[in-house]
Design a protein around this ligand. Structure first.
Ligand SMILES: C[S@@+](CC[C@H](N)C(=O)[O-])C[C@H]1O[C@@H](n2cnc3c(N)ncnc32)[C@H](O)[C@@H]1O
Length: 266
């Protein structure tokens, strides 16, 4: 049996694999299938009646890909990387440095599983085991904090309190050279007060992975840290109010989520 946090990452892979199989996939991740185990499918099936906000997963993945490929950076850090396979599926230069950060044990066996399926890293991948609630001063030995970096924080702020998220943003900012980018998703406080979400929130807590994080306004949150941000909720995107993300297909806008998608630059 895997740990509860490990399961959230395999769960994301199932969602990405299902979207990838759509003829008009909003986001395609061929590597996701590698992590679609029977156990992962069972977790997804068990949570389905509680309506998890899975619509957000392909949207943040597409935003992250688009930002990374257009940013011109030569290093990226994926916090809470889980089954994120960007170094294995995106056309990154061999000299590109991609840091995958996650809790101890979360990334073990990942490279081997991908290799067995024929996926090999296109660039340099460095795995870092750390708890973001008490990270070391630097991402890793060799990480160049003076360089422009793309920070990818997908599906992670949900599990951090406001104080922990604030501390993570400070940690990121201290290690971000000029020209850095940051993309992430985080619930709006409305997500927690919406009566429709209470059964799902209770279920997550009961399984040891309570949702904790929310922010009223990501743009205002990031500004004192020197980031210029753009943010739209999934609801905004679903209702056509986000010019910087492609319109969603009907299956991804059937339920509208009060969850922010944010990209920021400094
Ligand atoms: C929902 S998964 C998202 C995985 C991946 N980013 C994606 O979008 O597919 C959440 C990930 O965040 C990691 N995580 C949660 N809390 C963390 C913490 N305090 N420090 C480091 N990683 C954490 C989990 O281990 C898990 O891999």
């Amino acid at each position: 049996m895997t740990t509860p946090v490990r399961r959230t990452s395999d769960w994301m892979a199932v969602v990405r694999a299902e979207e990838s199989a759509q003829p008009d996939a909003y986001h395609a991740d061929p590597c996701a299938e590698v992590f679609v185990t029977e156990e992962a499918r069972q977790v997804v099936a068990a949570f389905k009646p509680f309506h998890p906000p899975s619509e957000v997963v392909p949207v943040r993945a597409r935003l992250g890909d688009k930002t990374l490929l257009s940013s011109g950076v030569r290093q990226a850090v994926s916090l809470g990387a889980g089954s994120d396979c960007r170094p294995y599926r995106l056309p990154l230069e061999p000299s590109f440095a991609y840091y995958e950060v996650d809790l101890p044990g979360q990334l073990s066996g990942k490279a081997e599983a991908l290799a067995q399926a024929g996926y090999h890293p296109r660039c340099r991948v460095v795995c870092v085991e750390t708890d973001l609630r008490s990270p070391p001063p630097s991402v890793a030995p060799g990480f160049d904090a003076s360089m422009a970096t793309h920070w990818i924080v997908e599906g992670v702020f949900y599990y951090l309190t406001s104080a922990e998220a604030e501390s993570v943003i400070g940690w990121i900012t201290r290690q971000s050279g000029p020209g850095s980018w940051l993309t992430f998703d985080i619930p709006h406080p409305r997500f927690f007060t919406d009566p429709d979400h209470q059964p799902f929130l209770r279920e997550m807590a009961a399984h040891g992975v309570p949702f904790a994080g929310a922010v009223e306004d990501p743009v205002a949150w990031l500004a004192p840290h020197g980031w210029t941000a753009e943010a739209a909720t999934h609801r905004d995107i679903a209702e056509g109010r986000c010019p910087w993300l492609a319109p969603l297909p009907p299956r991804l806008r059937g339920r509208k989520q009060d969850i922010w998608l944010t990209r920021a630059h400094r």
